[in-house]
Ligand binder design. Sequence first.
Ligand code: FAD
Length: 287
Amino acid sequence: MAGERYDIAIIGSGPAGLQAAINASIRNKKIIIFGIEELSHKVVKAPKVSNYLGLPLVTGNELKNAFQEHIDEIGIKITYERITNVYAMGEYFALMVNEKMYEATSIIMATGIEYTKPLKGELEFLGKGVGYCATCDAPLYKGKKVAIIGHNMEAVEDAKYVNELAEKVYFVPMFKDKLTLPEDIEIIKDVPVEILGDEYAKGIKFNNSELFVDGIFIMKDSIMPDQLVPGLELEDGHIKVNRNMETNLPGCFAAGDCVGKPYQYIKAAGEGCVASLSAVSYVNNLK
Ligand SMILES: Cc1cc2nc3c(=O)[nH]c(=O)nc-3n(C[C@H](O)[C@H](O)[C@H](O)COP(=O)(O)OP(=O)(O)OC[C@H]3O[C@@H](n4cnc5c(N)ncnc54)[C@H](O)[C@@H]3O)c2cc1C
């Protein structure tokens, strides 16, 4: 059974969702934000963040604490629930947590990117030698050995970038397209099955071999968010939005990793700000 109706429901407590919540609260909207106590796994797991404006050289955990302090200051409380389905009902959205329902006039999708079928050990070593963002983390592996498991052609560009810093780069193609890589990048044509390690990742176990490296980047595509919101239009595996962060569904906005690359904190927060202001205008225009 539904209770009160919110002006804006925000799904996701990463930088995109939090920034959206801050702006909407400042604009006096009645909001609800769904997420997790840690705020975002992708924030707390970052070993070092060197590209967030105003907070140079923080750890992911310090960044998370700064976000928490900011929302506490404004009085934003996160609802620790995972939305299982969202239905566009015309005048409002019904957000389901299994059998429980919340109602909101507009929604902001800030769900990030969820990766499918992680390798054995992948999540265990995420942030401990395993990363999803070569642009962010490549400097950690200067003069070291790095493997890149690439599920798409964009991973090739990442490999070239990492190769400028690392001592040795191995590339594991998970696709069949023709590859053009610098000669010194070694291509491994075997199927990865497990990330090996103890405290930190130390290598990859393949079907027929093992490789020992200092860092591993896994570059892959995501689960589709249209499973969460039926009718939501996607483009290249991300939620399709315009510059106002409007989706194809009136009243549904989106921001952050779920709308596309680059996967960066500051980009997610900036888009959260835009999505929030667009949602505020949408709600005001209805009243
Ligand atoms: C190890 C690591 C290091 C990184 N380092 C950097 C860096 O140095 N610099 C940089 O700019 N970027 C870095 N990134 C990338 C950065 O983490 C992401 O770009 C950023 O977190 C995206 O923010 P977001 O708000 O879009 O999504 P996320 O931070 O992924 O947050 C998504 C939120 O949505 C919630 N959620 C998802 N589905 C649901 C649901 N159905 N119901 C309720 N809640 C839901 C999740 O629980 C989470 O709270 C790093 C990423 C990783 C993994």
